[in-house]
Design a protein around this ligand. Structure first.
Ligand SMILES: Cc1cc2nc3c(=O)[nH]c(=O)nc-3n(C[C@H](O)[C@H](O)[C@H](O)COP(=O)(O)O)c2cc1C
Ligand code: SF4
Length: 512
């Protein structure tokens, strides 16, 4: 009997030796004349367990965590193919509290299936949403998205249904769907995980978006740092085309929708939607003035939906289960679930999808297990390089758009980077200014020049000869930050003051 086992084909697992592991396990099985089939699933998001090898059993999948080629012989000796116990056994993976306590909607399939297989995708509810959408009027599809309360997961949290409504209402012969897969925020990897583990959900989501607004062409703008993602995504697109889910006649509906991948070139600013559009058009990635909004005048001057990967990959489950079902998770104006990504100095780093409303503490302590170093948490940066640094006293802040903003932060793309007591926040504040100086598109003065002056001023604060001098320099920095905030053309210069001033506010002692 052939036994199925699962080894992720995914960037984290690969960087930890998954490819060599596949070869070693296949060779050992051949030597021992054991028939196996190795399924290349995506990662389930438990990065701390990778490479996680799983085998089928009557009760579910049994896991073996952090496997290297040195473990292969002992795994076979322990008869792991039949679920035999081994020092690296973790038992039934679905029963682990780390997974059990999550609420996976967007990531429900991720890591369970052979990522690019259309038939395995269909077996777990894939393309049900698209088939429903095909039978619906455009306005009804958009209504379902509005009902779900879905807000853009790229950072700004703008309601997805309203964006779609604007594009649907624009008169034009050609419209576009653009997927923002630039994923430049520090500590974020949810886009990559889903594109590598369940790429067909993105293909399906973009196709539904095309039907909803009347667009026939979609582009995925993928960051150049994701070469494996590109290969997996392209395979998924090709397979969807072969199965009739993309092309001139989507599912026999007579409607057309096609998809292509375009690679970025490593600029953070090309994640901002108007820079992204410039880059897609083959130009230098610089911010465009708004208005006009991309929804009315976007790619090649045509009405364009620009949405983040997670926003689009969540559309299939909304269409399949209904907007109301999705809105049943979360609270207030933060409805549905958010795939949080825990990183930095953390014991159990990985992706946790939960309804909005859990606290930062629950995320970091219950799921993350505290710091990797075992030292107390001192600071947390949520929302990428433009997010605030929170002190440990704010760990009980609920993770939803409104509560987090009230505490001076932003959820952004859901990246959570943890620091222990060895961090120096004056250095981190300087780094925020330096990051802005390096990544600025250069179009406006407050950002281009302000970030350089910001670095110099922080140096002066730290080197101040006395308290009076230090206060004077902090006042210069405050003024500078106010100017950057109010006069920058986009959020790059406009939000850089957030991490800087949060460091000054909460960690003043580090500036002495
Ligand atoms: C400097 C900067 C970088 C950004 N980087 C990204 C990014 O990497 N990925 C992303 O989806 N959105 C990014 N955004 C937000 C996009 O401009 C835009 O709001 C988003 O793609 C819209 O999709 P959504 O409504 O689905 O979130 C960035 C914004 C700024 C100002
Ligand atoms: S704020 Fe910075 S990144 Fe944005 S337009 Fe101005 S110079 Fe460019």
């Amino acid at each position: 009997m052939t036994r199925r086992l699962y080894i992720p084909r995914e960037t984290t697992a690969s960087s930890l030796g998954a490819e060599a592991l596949v070869t070693a396990i296949a060779a050992e099985a051949a030597t021992r004349k054991i028939k196996i089939e190795i399924v290349r699933n995506g990662s389930r998001g438990a990065c701390f367990m990778e490479p996680l090898v799983e085998v089928d059993s009557n009760d579910g999948r049994l896991g073996y965590s952090q496997i290297s080629i040195d473990d292969v012989a002992s795994l076979f000796d322990a008869d792991f193919i039949n679920g035999g116990k081994h020092p690296k056994s973790v038992g039934l993976v679905d029963e682990l509290t780390w997974f059990k306590n999550q609420e996976r909607l967007t990531f429900a399939r991720c890591g369970l299936i052979s990522a690019t297989s259309v038939s395995e995708y269909e077996q777990l509810g894939g393309f049900v949403g698209l088939k429903k959408a095909i039978a619906m009027q455009s306005a009804d599809i958009i209504q379902e998205v509005l009902t779900s309360g879905l807000r853009g997961r790229g950072g700004a949290g703008f309601p997805t249904g309203i964006k779609w409504q604007t594009v649907a209402g624009a008169e034009a012969e050609q419209k576009y769907i653009v997927c923002n897969a630039d994923e430049g925020d520090s500590g974020t990897y949810s886009d990559r995980l889903i594109m590598e583990g369940d790429p067909l959900s993105l293909v399906e989501g973009m196709t539904i978006a095309g039907l909803a607004v009347g667009a026939t062409m979609g582009y995925i703008y993928l960051r150049s740092e994701y070469p494996l993602t590109r290969i997996i995504l392209q395979e998924a697109i090709d397979n969807a085309k072969t199965a009739g889910y993309l092309g001139n006649d989507v599912c026999g509906s007579g409607k057309a929708f096609d998809l292509e991948i375009r690679m970025g070139a490593g600029a953070y600013i090309c994640g901002e939607e108007t820079s992204l559009l410039e880059s897609l058009e083959g130009k230098r990635g610089q911010i465009r003035f708004k208005p006009p909004l991309p929804a009315l005048k976007g790619l090649f001057g045509k009405p364009t939906v620009v949405n983040n990967v997670i926003s689009l990959a969540t559309i299939p489950v909304i269409m399949e289960k209904g907007g109301k079902h999705y809105a049943g998770f979360g609270r207030g104006r933060s409805l549905g679930t958010m795939p949080f990504q825990i990183g930095g100095n953390i014991k159990f780093g990985g992706l946790v999808e939960k309804a909005f409303g859990l606290t930062l503490r629950q995320l970091i302590e219950d799921f993350g297990g505290g710091t990797y170093s075992g030292k107390p948490v001192r600071a947390i940066q949520v929302g990428g390089p433009l997010g605030a640094y929170f002190p440990a006293e704010l760990l009980d802040t609920p993770l939803d758009y409104e509560d987090f903003a009230k505490a001076g932060g932003m959820l952004g793309h859901g990246g959570v980077v943890v620091f222990d007591e060895t961090v120096n926040l004056a250095k981190m504040a300087r780094f925020s200014m330096e990051f802005c100086a390096v990544e600025s598109c250069g179009k406006c003065t407050p950002c281009r020049i302000g970030s350089v002056r910001g670095m110099e001023t922080i140096d002066k604060i730290v080197a101040a000869k006395d308290e009076k001098d230090r206060e004077a320099q902090i006042s210069v920095l405050t003024d500078l930050c106010e100017t950057m905030e109010s006069a920058s053309l986009c959020a790059m210069g406009g939000l850089t003051p957030v991490p800087v001033m949060s460091a000054v506010k909460h960690f003043r002692g580090d500036f002495q």
